[in-house]
Design a protein around this ligand. Structure first.
Ligand code: SAM
Length: 287
């Protein structure tokens, strides 16, 4: 079977099965060959790979990954797509479709059972209404994932990829870059999908580092410090950190001094290394 990524091939499959697109499940199918190739390149897909895909749709990206990788497990919530996938993926024995909601899947268990204990790569054109929960699930739940190469809304990719002092830099940039090196893999304007969404997209690569670059004493306090610092963007750190709720103004002044950070700076100017130092000083003062 040829690629499914032309508009005509997608239309044929959809019509043949009388498939109805669901807007609430974020069903916009990719119809651009070139972007598919860029995704495979961005994921450095090779024959030994174990892949998890979230939301295979009619199997457009799934097929191309199945042709190269050792094994692909594709998790699709929409049961009306399951018979379609059965047909479009019928010639690929190394592809398995699981009819579940990714947010309810025990991914560690799935990797043990179906993907030889990992490591895995997450490669997907994600449903946009749950992009951040999916990405953070893979980063925070101690899942053996080496690379996350995903299509997301352009603005979300910009935030994940942003550096300190830029308008897109925020808690999501720090959360992702705490674990990963980021890379913009490809741009995918809205006309590359059916039905056409009202946003543009970007494929971002998140390459998980083997070691945390700036280890922190307490990750919970680190993420709380980050959240408080960005909580009120117009405020100086001296004021914003009162959002932590457990430090007096004098203590905030002290931790900032100890971390060598000017109290008049704003959260959006701090590098991840500075957030790590600051959160370690905050942690030392936790009651
Ligand atoms: N991979 C296909 C492509 O590139 O053309 C489809 C991508 S489409 C943007 C997102 C897919 O995610 C849809 O197939 C949708 O049904 C599925 N989906 C939505 N919510 C999901 C969830 N919670 N768990 C698993 N799949 C989900």
């Amino acid at each position: 079977m040829d690629r499914l990524s032309s508009h005509r091939a997608t239309k044929e499959v959809v019509q043949k099965h009388g498939f109805k697109f669901s807007k609430s499940l974020g069903q916009n199918f990719l119809i651009d060959d070139n972007v598919i190739d860029r995704i495979l390149e961005g994921a450095r897909l090779s024959e030994g790979d174990h892949i998890i895909e979230v939301g295979p749709g009619i199997g457009t990206l799934t097929r191309e990954m199945g042709k190269v990788a050792d094994k692909v497990v594709a998790i699709e919530i929409d049961k009306t797509l399951i018979p379609i996938l059965k047909e479009t993926l019928s010639d690929l024995e190394n592809v398995e479709v699981v009819n579940q909601d990714i947010l309810k899947v025990d991914v560690q268990e799935l990797i043990k059972e179906k993907l030889n204990h990992g490591p895995v790569k997450l490669v997907a054109n994600l449903p946009y209404y749950i992009t951040t929960p999916i990405v953070m699930k893979f980063l925070e739940e101690d899942i053996p994932v080496t690379d996350i190469v995903v299509m997301v809304q352009k603005e979300v990719a910009d935030r994940m990829n942003a550096g300190p002092g830029t308008k897109d830099y925020g808690a999501l940039s720090v959360a992702v870059q705490y674990y990963c090196d980021t890379e913009i893999v490809a741009k995918a304007p809205r006309h590359m999908f059916v039905p056409q969404p009202n946003v543009d997209s970007t494929v971002i690569g998140l390459h998980v580092r083997e070691e945390i670059k700036y280890p922190v004493d307490n990750e919970e306090i680190f993420f709380k410090t980050v959240k408080a610092s960005f909580g009120q963007r117009r405020k100086t750190l001296l004021n914003a950190l009162s959002g932590l709720g457990f430090l007096t103004k004098d203590e905030i002044r002290e931790v900032l001094q100890e971390a060598n950070i000017d109290e008049k700076r704003r959260g959006e100017t701090l590098s991840i290394e500075e957030f790590a130092t600051l959160s370690n000083k905050v942690n030392a003062k936790v009651p």
